[in-house]
Design a protein around this ligand. Sequence first.
Ligand code: GLU
Length: 435
Amino acid sequence: MSVKVRFAPSPTGFLHVGNVRTALVNWLFARKHGGHFLLRIDDTDIERSKDEYTTAIREDLGWLGITWDSEEHQSKRFDRYALAAEKLRTQNRLYACYETPEELDIQRKMQASRGLPPIYKRPTEEQNKKYEVEGRKPHYRFLLNDEEVAWDDLIRGKVAMRATTMSDPVLLRADGVPVYTLASVVDDGELNITHVIRGEDHVSNTAVQVQLYKALGYKVPEFAHMALLKTKEGEMSKRLGGNDIRALREAGILPMAVNSLLARIGTSDAVEAFADMKPLTDSFDFKRFGRAPANYDVAELEKLNEKLLHQLPFAAVKDKITFADEQFWLSVRNNIKTLAEVQQWFAIMHENVEASLNHDERAFIRSVVNQLPAEPWSESTYDAWIAAIKPTTQRKGKELFMPLRLALTGRDHGPELKKLLPLLGRKKVVERLSA
Ligand code: GLU
């Protein structure tokens, strides 16, 4: 049977690095096995779900290169969930209950005070009658069978849980709206999902859902629960505007920097800067995933971004830096951290620069103007010029080139002067040195 996976975000906010890691791992697994990647929008919560977030989810995935083969919306499948609920009802696996959230809270507190686990206590018939007489509207829970639920997790190995340690989950709200627990199982079952890959915060859902798949007559999929992503909040992530994917994009981070990092953290494979998905797909293996939380570090993302930027051909960036040509890009790309800095270097090359130089430095610079070679200029012009200067000055090393760099760029660091000289051209170089 061929692989089919799903990424199932709730459209209640923008995608952040944690969601994207789940999406990416599903995608890499599907692509590695020639499988199908379904984008499932979990929008049963009508009040909190927004179309603009669904649009943003599509945009962000598209930007990352995480392509989907089909798309489903839970809000369009309510009739399927109603049928499934009906099926459970006829098996006596769905029962009405009436407790308010406050009453459930009191129940849990009493359990805690007696040292008992916070497991939902099924109501007696009399209790339910009393609530009905009061005119309360029921919501519905799934009756768990008292049996062990076990599965071979592709990351965690054998996982086993007894149903007596779990609460019967709510499947239908009082207004009849199905909740995630039910909707997700119906979708996985009816849409033939073969592998459910998600964060380990869903392990207890899985235990419950395995009984649901079986009760509804679906084949139980395979599971892989990833250790959670630990994001460092603070200065670093704020510098890039936070951990939302859109913020990273706006900060000039490249999609493959995000993918390179998120595909490999928390695994035993080294994090490397990859220019495309192929090596990530080829090397993908659940066996490489560890059980410890994966540490997401923005500084690591910036480093990857820099490495990728330095390798990018002009064709990959020319739409984003329309003011520059290929020679310009190749001259500055090794000295930038984000694409935004290309614009800064362009301004330095084209606008007036101010250099703070002392009297001696000025005198030195004026004395070397007439040693500039004649045009045409190339990358070897700088070396020819320096060779001509050397016999006539006492200066060497930094003392020699720093005043030149300052006079030509107004800055004490940047791209190699041998690359900047031909970009500036003889006329501008003469102007800047004689200023
Ligand atoms: N909408 C759920 C979530 O975002 C999906 C979980 C799942 O993959 O089953 O947590």
